[in-house]
Design a protein around this ligand. Structure first.
Ligand SMILES: CSC[C@H]1O[C@@H](n2cnc3c(O)ncnc32)[C@H](O)[C@@H]1O
Ligand SMILES: [Zn+2]
Length: 443
């Protein structure tokens, strides 16, 4: 018998890749953080002697969910300014609060709160875009999560950097500091076409090509953005980004509403990935992303929540349901954006977008054990004809029992193992008192 670290027996396993849609009564064998085998439970008992055996006999085991677009620390601004469209939300509330309160402490506490929420909802990896990315990386390291951390650029001075060159310098220093880390990597993160000028975008394009790094950017979020770009640059944002050479397989375009057929063809031809954030798009009334049309054109569409100030949660299970529902309406077709499609978007599609699909995103030997167990035993989930459909159309995130990253159980029977829940809750409430005067309700 082979000695291994962990054997997880599950009622169902959805591996996402490898040919089987759903396996019943299977086990996942884990050693040194890596998946060693996925095999029938009975056979696993004869082949492996595990130090830890975990039975999940009413559960569905899926790859850990990958939140491909968020601003984790914005969890501290959850509910500060609701019921507003993007630009007034940003310019009258969010940016003023950020300019007054942004600090390493804010980012540390906000990121911890976000990671606690994400792990409790089955998310194992997130792609972040925020200030003090050095602090984000340190908190991710401490919590044991996986993340791609944004080397942000925005063309106005903040407490993080004075100008685009300094943002880039700090980003590249961050990349050097975390290069080769097994769970943390860096991506360029220019904020949006309307906040970053041509010169820094050209530099980012050159660096991204040279270093083969992803470029994560809000694009075509609203009709206003598109109209404003036409007025200021004489062309729509995607056309400008294309002229700047940014539309490549390294480009991650967040939001992507108001797309023409030609723009979809352009993105497909250039291998652009789309990071779909349906709840933020709905709440800010930004617009619809034509997900099924993008998929039909051959574009990889992944899923993200955006920040908690525009969502107002980091619930990837809820986001899957919303993506499926709104995707059907956008396509005028109940068969569009199926449960299987959104589960793939939230797992392997996310890993492909972030360039980490050799490490995570599916349950197969050789990948890291980034996993999520969901208990389907709840009365409200019965009867379970199809566990994947139940997950997308019925389950709530409180049914997530366990979350593993690289084989480490970061949520065990709904208890976080690396983040102190009571402490982070108290810190969030302390920030609420500091920020209270800036909330929309107070004005
Ligand atoms: C440069 S750090 C990130 C920057 O983005 C702001 N932000 C958060 N959500 C959105 C969104 O949906 N669209 C555009 N900008 C957003 C955040 O407040 C930071 O300032
Ligand atoms: Zn965003």
């Amino acid at each position: 018998m082979r000695q291994i670290d962990t054997l997880i027996h599950a009622r169902w396993v959805a591996p996402i890749s490898g040919g089987s849609r759903l396996l019943e009564n299977h086990a996942v064998a884990i050693h040194h953080g890596m998946i060693e085998a996925v095999l029938p439970s009975e056979e696993a008992c004869t082949r492996f002697d595990a130090s830890e055996v975990i039975d999940r006999d009413t559960h569905l085991l899926i790859p850990g969910l990958i939140n491909t677009h968020t601003h984790a620390a914005m969890n501290l601004m959850r509910g500060i300014a609701d019921d507003l469209p993007l630009m007034p939300w940003l310019t009258e509330y969010i940016w003023p609060v950020e300019s007054e309160f942004m600090s390493p402490e804010f980012v540390a506490d906000g990121t911890d709160l976000a990671m606690a929420e994400m792990l409790r909802g089955g998310t194992t990896c997130f792609n972040d875009m925020y200030f003090f990315a050095d602090v984000v990386a340190e908190r991710v390291e401490a919590a044991g999560m996986r993340a791609t951390v944004g080397m942000i650029v925005i063309d106005f001075p903040t407490v993080w950097a004075a100008n685009a060159d300094e943002y880039l310098e700090k980003g590249l220093a961050l990349r050097d500091a975390w290069r080769g880390h097994d769970r943390i990597s860096t991506v360029f993160a220019p904020h949006a076409p309307y906040t970053v000028s041509d010169a820094p975008l050209k530099k980012i394009r050159t660096y991204a090509d040279e270093m083969d790094l992803r470029v994560h950017m809000h694009v075509h979020e609203t009709a206003f953005e598109v109209a404003d770009a036409q007025e200021k640059h004489g062309q729509r944002p995607l056309a400008r980004l294309d002229d700047l050479g940014l539309l490549t397989p390294n480009f991650l375009a967040v939001h992507m509403t108001r797309l023409t057929d030609d723009e979809i063809t352009l993105c497909a031809r250039n291998g652009v990935h789309v990071l779909h954030s349906p709840e933020s798009n709905l709440k800010l009334a930004s617009g619809l992303c034509p997900v099924q049309r993008l998929i039909d054109a051959g574009i990889n569409v992944a899923l993200g929540t955006d920040g908690a100030a525009s969502n107002n949660d980091l619930d990837m299970i809820g986001e899957m349901r919303t993506a499926a529902f709104i995707g059907k309406v956008a396509a005028d077709d109940a068969g569009a954006v199926s449960a299987d499609t959104v589960l793939r978007m939230a797992t392997l599609g996310g890993a492909e977008a972030l360039g980490i699909a050799d490490t995570t995103g599916s349950i197969e030997p050789g990948k890291m054990a980034d996993l999520c167990a969901i208990d389907l035993d709840a009365l409200e989930t019965q009867p379970v004809f199809d566990p994947i459909a139940a997950l997308v159309y019925n389950v709530i995130r409180e049914q997530v029992s366990d979350t593993w990253v690289a084989g480490q159980r970061l949520l065990a029977d709904r208890q976080l193992t690396t983040i102190d829940e009571a402490d982070i809750k108290a810190r969030a409430i302390a920030w609420q008192h500091k920020l209270a005067a800036h909330s929309k309700d107070a004005s």
